[in-house]
Design a protein around this ligand. Structure first.
Ligand code: ZN
Length: 206
C-alpha cells in the first residue's frame, strides 16, 4: 500500500506527532507510519480537492516582502492565472448546478483552501513556508505564506487586498518586483479570484 501523507497545519504538528504521525524531512510532509491505524488522523487525511477555479496553465508569482513581525525580508508566493481560466459559478438556467465560466482577463487568486496535488508539489519546491495554516482574521484555514526567518504567518489580506501589498502593485516599479514562473500544467484551486489592473505586463518572467 502506498504511504498516506497527511495535511497537517503547522500549528497542529505537535498533536500529529503525539498521535504517531512521522515527519518526512525531505518532502516536508507528515505521514502515517506502517502499522499505525489511520483513523486517529481523520481530519488530516487526504480528501479530493474541492476545485472552484481552474486553468490549463498558471504562474507561480514570487516576490520579497518585509515580515510585519520581525522586519526581515522574506519570500512570498502566490498564483496568477492567464486569460482563459475558468471559475465554477451557479448556472443561470439550472439552480442546482454549477457551470464553468471562462474569463478573458488574467487574475490572481487568494484565500486558497484547496490545491491540485501537482500544484502543491510545484509550490513546495519553491518554499516550505507556504502551507495551510489557520487565520484568526478569517477564522479559517488556507494556504498561507510564512516568514522564512521567524515563521510568523503572512496573511493574505495585507498582501492581496491592501493597496501596495506584495501582490497589489500600484505602479510599474512595484509590479516589476514580482517574478512569474510559468507552468504549462493544469491548475486547480478553491479560492477567491481578484480582478482589476494588477499591472501583470510589468511583472518579470523568470
Ligand atoms: Zn519574520
Amino acid at each position: 500500500m502506498p504511504r498516506i501523507d497527511l495535511n497537517v497545519p503547522f500549528a497542529e504538528k505537535d498533536e500529529a506527532k503525539r498521535l504517531g504521525a512521522r515527519w518526512d524531512g525531505e518532502r516536508k510532509v507528515w505521514y502515517v507510519p506502517d502499522g499505525v491505524a489511520t483513523n486517529v488522523f481523520g481530519r488530516w487525511l487526504p480528501r479530493e480537492p474541492d476545485i472552484s477555479v481552474r486553468s490549463s496553465i498558471y504562474f507561480i508569482a514570487q516576490t520579497i516582502n518585509p515580515c510585519w513581525k520581525c522586519g526581515e525580508h522574506t519570500s512570498a508566493f502566490g498564483f496568477i492565472l492567464p486569460a482563459g481560466h475558468e471559475m465554477l459559478e451557479p448556472d443561470d438556467e439550472d439552480d442546482d448546478r454549477d457551470a464553468w465560466c471562462r474569463y478573458d482577463e488574467p487574475t490572481i487568486v487568494h484565500y486558497v483552501t484547496d490545491l491540485l496535488p501537482g500544484v502543491v508539489a510545484r509550490i513546495k519546491a519553491f518554499s516550505r513556508h507556504y502551507c495551510v495554516d489557520f487565520s484568526k482574521t478569517t477564522q479559517s484555514s488556507y494556504w498561507m505564506n510564512h516568514c522564512e526567518h521567524c515563521g510568523m504567518k503572512q496573511g493574505d489580506f495585507e498582501m492581496y487586498c491592501e493597496p501596495q501589498g506584495a501582490f497589489f502593485p500600484m505602479d510599474e516599479h512595484a509590479a516589476s518586483q514580482i517574478v512569474l514562473h510559468e507552468f504549462a500544467e493544469p491548475f486547480g484551486c478553491n479560492g477567491g479570484a481578484v480582478y482589476g489592473n494588477h499591472l501583470f505586463e510589468y511583472m518579470r518572467r523568470a
